[in-house]
Design a protein around this ligand. Structure first.
Ligand SMILES: [Zn+2]
Length: 216
């Protein structure tokens, strides 16, 4: 079973994929991990991807798709896997479909973990760090004992520009613009299943599991 996990940053895709990997044995394949692994092993694709990754530029689709296909052809993905971080837009989704079809495979399902934008802003803008010792906190999941003060060294915590609510909201809106047509693409194929990403982690897992178990 080949599954794509979709969702905005902060929706909990990584968390859910890790839980479901333990529960179902479906390996979790992320583009970030594929890049690191290919670069570490100096594969042909790794060598091509390296300059892009190192300079923080977007790796071209053909390289990313090459790595994905290679990744899902490995023995541990023989029974299927969960893809995370790809596709990011409709062009990539089409390319993935074509590439899978060429190997006699198909994507079975696209699971969208949906979370309200305001809630995501709240989750993502809760990050604070210590300019003195580098400790990182989160208002919700890992709050310092005294608000705004580092537990380790007592310094005043700072928020990076990127983590401020306005910046987070802008980033989410850009992501959403790419995500919406992608959801439409999978909906039209009858492969889209939406799982609410709000609520407790266990509740989200239940919703995602229901998507995995849904009859085709
Ligand atoms: Zn500190």
């Amino acid at each position: 079973m080949y599954v794509v996990l979709l969702g905005l940053p902060g929706a909990g895709k990584g968390t859910q994929a890790a839980i479901l990997k333990d529960e179902t044995g479906l390996p979790h394949v992320t583009t970030g991990e594929l890049f690191r692994e290919n670069i570490r092993q100096s594969t042909d694709l790794g060598k091509k991807a390296q300059p892009f990754v190192e300079s923080g530029r977007l790796v071209p689709d053909e390289i990313t798709i090459g790595m994905l296909l290679d990744g899902i052809s490995q023995p541990d993905c023989a029974g299927g896997c969960m893809l995370d971080g790809f596709p990011r837009n409709v062009e990539q989704a089409r390319a993935l479909d074509e590439a899978l079809a060429a190997q006699g495979k198909r994507l079975d399902r696209a699971i969208y973990i949906s979370v309200d934008t305001d809630e995501l802003v709240r989750r993502l803008s809760g990050r604070w760090s210590c300019p003195n010792c580098g400790a990182v906190y989160n208002e919700i999941s890992l709050p310092p004992k005294i608000p705004g003060v580092c537990d380790n060294c007592g310094s005043r915590l700072e928020q990076r520009k990127d983590d401020r609510p306005e910046a987070v909201r802008t980033r989410l809106e850009v992501n959403l613009k790419n995500l919406e047509p992608l959801l439409g693409y999978y909906r039209a194929q009858g492969k889209l299943c939406e799982a609410s990403g709000e609520g407790l982690v266990e509740e989200v897992t239940r919703a995602v599991r229901a998507c995995l178990e849904r009859e085709r």
